[in-house]
Design a protein around this ligand. Sequence first.
Ligand code: BGC
Length: 801
Amino acid sequence: MKTFASIALCSTFLTGCQALSTQVNPAPTALVDEIQKTSDTTSSFEKCLSPRAIELLSKMTLEEKIGQLHQAAGGRSKNLNSRLNEEEFDKVRRGEIGSYLHVAGAAELKEIQRVALEESTHGIPLLFAMDVVHGYRTIYPVPIAMAASWDDELMEEASRMAGRESASSGLHWTFAPMVDIARDPRWGRIVEGAGSDPYLGSRMSEAQVKGFQNGDLSAEDTVLATTKHIGVYGAPTGGRDYGTSDVSERTVNEVYLPPFYAANQAGSGSYMTAFNDIAGIPTTANEELVDGVLRSDWGFCGMIVSDWNAIHELTNHGIAKDRAEAGSLALQAGVDMDMTSEVYKKDLINAIKENPNLENDLNLAAGRIITVKEQLGLFDKGLQYHDVERERAEILKDENRALARKAAQKTAVLLKNENNALPITEPQKIAVIGGLAKDTMTQLGSWRARGDKNEVVSLLDGLTNNAPEGIEISYAKGTEVYESSFSYAPDRQVSVEDNIYSAPQADLAKAIETAEAADRVVLVIGEHYDWSGEARARTDIELPENQMKLAEAIFKTGKPVTVVLVTGRAMAIPELDEKADAILNFWMSGVEAGNALADIVYGEVSPAGRLPINFPRKTGQVPFSYSENPSGRPAHSNLAKDTNRSIDVETTPLYPFGHGLSYSSFEYGELTADTTSISSDGSVQLTTDVTNTGDMVAEEVVQLYMRDPYAFVARPRIELRGYKRISLEPGETAKITFTVQAEQSGIYVKRNEWLTQAGELKFFIGRSSSDIESETSINVTDQKRGSIPAAAIKTKVEVSK
Ligand code: BGC
């Protein structure tokens, strides 16, 4: 057996290896020898656990090890730290807690960490965690909006800022990125991910991991990322949160898992399992996926946490007869930490008595948690996370606000623009209509961490304060921001903070009057923040009724209308498309929302966001992806033919994946390949020219799609395989070269096996998935088997001007 000093302390995928390798203490090999373990377990010990962890494990009681596995809530999400009382301090002294979530604050968390380090038996530090998903205090646009930027560097920069702010506030660990692919916008949590595409999703996934961790977990300004919720959380039946996902093994591997794989490549230090099941197996108990695919096939060495109460909920799924069985299933699957259900804490000891083999799993789980704490530097400099001065300087500093503003500019998607509706530059009277224009809570979005609505620049304030000379703004809310009467649940409590209720008829009349007195209307409508996010499934993704009524009344005035759409999901808005001159999808855009909106509306910046998901014409079209497999009977406009379509609506989306307009115009050259054939190990360079033919500096997102026209299984109609957001001066041309590897056409065969087939590959360059400018094709001369999910492989892109 190797000595621990010479053992690789972490896999190549883990960050923090550097930090660890400098502190190799001789550790007892006894623990490894003493426990009867399978060779698998032994190699996990050697590969993934630090010497300090192994040494500590050899001294800890069963109860103390279980304590490390327990994550307790330090407060409710809206009432942080509220539970950190004397009783909790005693639990920490006794080693009963491994981590707290819903806590924050450099000063607030210092004492309890000091107690863990100095007064608990083994001096093991606590891990402090929070959902810092799109900003900590400087909230930036919701993740689906960030994906609409098609700008990986922006995503990384923003996550880096969130990591810095949260680490300055005593936090070590964020429950982000959320990388669940979602093709069904009825699902409220679509707001938290990157949309429908595994290639775009993989890029956004790795960008966030890199941003949060910055390649060095031990630095005091980085936080550990949690890639979540592994499994197929984004495809619950009917879009209803937590529901079963019954998708094929190929789709699991080709569509849902690639962003998780990409996160591992980027060094994600932890993962969270999903609440729901895939074909009957809840991920929290899915040994093949968690211990098999993630740990064994992908080589992930870090820590895995359950979702909130999910271990206990295994009894509700009907696969565990009681809590002890639930605990043993989760532990065996490889779930290290129990978020709040207290199953490990209270019931694992009995499970271990019944099945002593579980002790091996317990050692590994506790060891992985301790190892992560060490990678974060918490044993040696845990109290350095509690520097109040640093926190004060970091939080919401000007530079952070500037980044939030840039992000909000880059995420806006111009869906429609006719009659020169945008930008607005001439002196005139503008009526801003819609309560959402003032609703700062909604701009904070679904996970607002420590965001404060009083620090948000509302859309109305942004448009008013930045109005160019001669533009006058008036305002009327028209209707409530929230439709509060759910007829099926009249007693539902809603958390509307801006109470701007009054008699709706009067509100509407005032809005019409305000619109009529103006030259044009900027109509701010859409969904309130509480309609997106966890457990916020809708059966109808059209505009809420009150918003629709307001829109109809305003259209009737005959004034030119620019819609600013506020949303956390794809919506079906055919009426707006028909009647508005312009539609700017502005999502929920964070603390600088109003200023960024003004930058776009008044033409300081040309919009260049692109949709990361189809916007359907009707709810009934969802789930809906641009990259479906072709049918044997492709949709035909002639309803007399029996084809792959609905009879009551056009088959196409209202706005397709990749769609987004600009104030400028761009011309594309031909797409050319540097070769006509490559081997399965080879790559092709695909090049095109793009010219800004308009008269303002503007950005364009150049999109590369691929199709495998003939394979052993049907392949998607087209699939995204590369993109680049570029900025061009008027008249300027850029040459964009994508280097695509043959392996990026790999087809899932079986676990850990992907096949690159010989044959033709087609490539398309375009402005969106439905607006292709040019195409070319090459031949792959042989076949090979590999193990990398094709969509997770990044295409190299070079730009020359
Ligand atoms: C969510 C997770 C989140 C956790 C902790 C759960 O309800 O599903 O995404 O990280 O709560 O707040």
